[in-house]
Design a protein around this ligand. Structure first.
Ligand code: ATP
Ligand code: MG
Length: 564
């Protein structure tokens, strides 16, 4: 899909495969016609844009079909989890525009999971293995060769029960004993070859403290938690396809009625020039490569939020990209296109000169000023207008003047006319330079009869440029962001991700000239800086030193570079 074919206005689309499944289940009256989903993050990092895809389908399906979606923290590993992450996850989901019916924690089910493990041991379906992790791995076999049975596989039930209790009492060292399900060491599905279901971890847990010294593995917790909660459709990403038979096997051992949660898998979100794993993102934060989880270059939800993305743009994009059974990489341009589309409708147009040079209108009376009306948003007639000050001395972009310009340069060059947006047509008369040859001032003459909005202002000039008045502007800092990675697929690159970073992913401009209308804008307020891009007020902003983030440029400069 090329970015130009995305039409975010048109929300009608055919049902995705998950919606088809849910509608069929409802038609058949499955699960008493209940729809219940969950979003199950592990609180070991901040959510990234990939998680937004899961959130949109988990909460979206529940909303669409009058169901319930719960938030469940998959906190089965005390080594990596922190309360800070729990709070940030809740914040990010709310910001995206969703709310959960209940908050659950997998750790709430530790007692039931323990009981279920005891049940399996008693039924001869689980045993304590005293081999090392390496030995167990070696015995797994390969997809074409059966595994080798552990020497502990047939130990008496009583022995396993006793040792499992000891594991939990804290008298067994980490790594010396595990509980394994006793299923089939020759199964074609490797996950059935006596999977480890519990291991010893002697660390306090962020919720259960020192209560437990054994913790369940993901495969032993996830499906059962779904079952305890009454989940009907357990949606996850494609890498869990091979886990599904084991998910079902455990539920079969556990279920006492016809009710079964069902797992369905969809494609993971992956964008070009983007790395999405929490492990890598954490490394970037911890090593100081980026300034925290909400650095606007981070692909985290909190990073996009600080960068100026809107929740609507992300939700609409997830719907557009869709849910399929095939993995693929999406063009990062889609994300940029989505936010441009949304802000085009919402952001007021303002003037900001990022790389200023002074323009003096030599025939405009000294000391005179005028108030010019500026339309806030031509895409929204209800957005109104605001006032800008015009005077003899203005700032324009340095790029908008050229002393020796090529033929097709339609901006200011001696002898050429341009329109100053919302003001007059001016004719360039020359410039002043310092000893090094740098332009320090540009000169022009205005034509009084060409004021914007005047009946006879219809004179055609080929260029329109933006400006701010020297008397009606203030200085601010502007942060320009670019792609964090230089290669298209950092996730597939063999090199360490640190070698793939774009050294120019952040440019800080100081002394940018802002029209006074921007004074007092609050953190998160969004604007279109005319001819430049969409910007928002950063959280580092103070009344005396305002800071703006570039959310996205007006056009995709990378696409242009590729065409050349
Ligand atoms: P990561 O590998 O980035 O750490 P994760 O899968 O370990 O991610 P979890 O907190 O376990 O992160 O994931 C919570 C939910 O989000 C899961 O259902 C998972 O399948 C889903 N999810 C994670 N990454 C993506 C992605 N890139 N696209 C879509 N869904 C995702
Ligand atoms: Mg995970």
């Amino acid at each position: 899909m090329s970015e130009n074919t995305v039409n975010t206005e048109e929300l009608k689309r055919s049902l995705n495969f998950i919606e088809v499944i849910v509608e069929n289940d409802l038609k058949e009256g499955k699960n008493d016609s209940r729809v219940q989903t969950r979003f199950p993050p592990e609180p070991n990092g901040y959510l990234h844009i990939g998680h937004a895809k899961a959130i949109c389908i988990d909460f979206g399906i529940a909303q669409q079909y009058g169901g319930v979606c719960n938030l469940r923290f998959d906190d089965t590993n005390p080594v990596k989890e922190e309360v800070e992450y729990v709070d940030s996850i809740m914040d990010d989901i709310k910001w995206l525009g969703y709310d959960w019916a209940n908050v659950y924690y997998a750790s709430d089910y530790f007692p039931q999971l323990w009981d279920f493990a005891i049940q399996l041991i008693k039924e001869g379906k689980a045993y304590i293995d005293e081999q090392s992790a390496e030995d167990i791995a070696k015995q797994k076999g390969t997809p074409t060769e059966p595994g080798v049975a552990s020497p502990y596989r047939d130990r008496p039930v009583e022995e396993s029960l006793d040792l499992f209790h000891k594991m939990n009492e804290g008298v067994i060292e980490e790594g010396t004993m595990v509980l394994r399900a006793k299923i089939d060491m020759a199964a074609a599905n490797m996950h059935f070859r006596d999977p480890i279901i519990y291991r010893v971890i002697k660390r306090p847990h962020h919720r259960t403290g020192n209560k437990w010294n054994v913790y369940p593995m993901y495969d032993f917790a996830h499906g059962q938690c779904d079952y305890f909660e009454g989940v009907t459709h357990s949606l996850c990403t494609l890498e869990f396809v091979p886990h599904r038979p084991l998910y079902d096997w455990f539920i079969d051992q556990l279920a006492t009625s016809d009710y079964r949660p069902r797992q369905y898998e969809f494609n993971k979100l992956q964008f070009t020039y983007t790395l999405l794993s929490k492990r890598n993102l954490r490394a970037m934060v911890e090593e100081g490569i980026l300034k925290g989880w909400d650095d606007p270059r981070m692909p985290t939800i909190t990073g996009f939020r600080r960068r100026g993305y809107t929740p609507e743009s992300i939700r609409i994009l997830m719907d557009k990209i869709g849910y399929t059974k095939y993995d693929g990489v999406n063009d990062i341009g889609l994300l940029e296109y989505a936010i441009r589309e949304d802000l085009n409708k919402k952001a007021n147009r303002v003037s900001a000169v990022l790389n200023p040079v002074k323009l003096v209108i030599t025939n405009y009376p000294e000391g005179k000023t005028e108030i010019m009306p500026a339309q806030n948003n031509p895409e929204d007639e209800n957005a109104g207008s605001h006032e800008i000050l015009f005077s003899r001395e203005l700032y324009i972009e340095r790029d908008d003047f050229m002393e020796d310009a090529p033929k097709k340069y339609f901006r200011l060059t001696p002898g050429n006319e341009v329109r100053l947006k919302n003001a007059y047509i001016v004719k360039c008369t020359g410039c002043k330079k310092d000893e090094a040859g740098n332009v320090t001032e540009v000169y022009a003459e205005y034509d009084e009869m060409t004021k914007s909005g005047m009946p006879d202002s219809g004179r055609k000039v080929k260029g329109t440029i933006h400006w701010v008045s020297v008397d009606g502007c203030f200085d601010a800092e502007v942060r320009l962001y670019d792609r964090l990675f230089m290669v298209e697929n950092p996730a597939d690159d063999e090199r360490d991700f640190r070698e793939l970073l774009n050294p120019d992913s952040l440019k800080v401009l100081k002394g940018c000239k802002m029209e006074s209308y921007l004074k007092g804008a609050k953190e998160g307020d969004k604007f279109q800086f005319q001819r430049t891009g969409y910007f928002c007020v950063d959280k580092d902003s103070t009344p005396d030193n305002m800071v703006f983030n570039r959310t996205v440029s007006l056009k995709d400069s990378w696409a242009k570079a590729k065409d050349k």
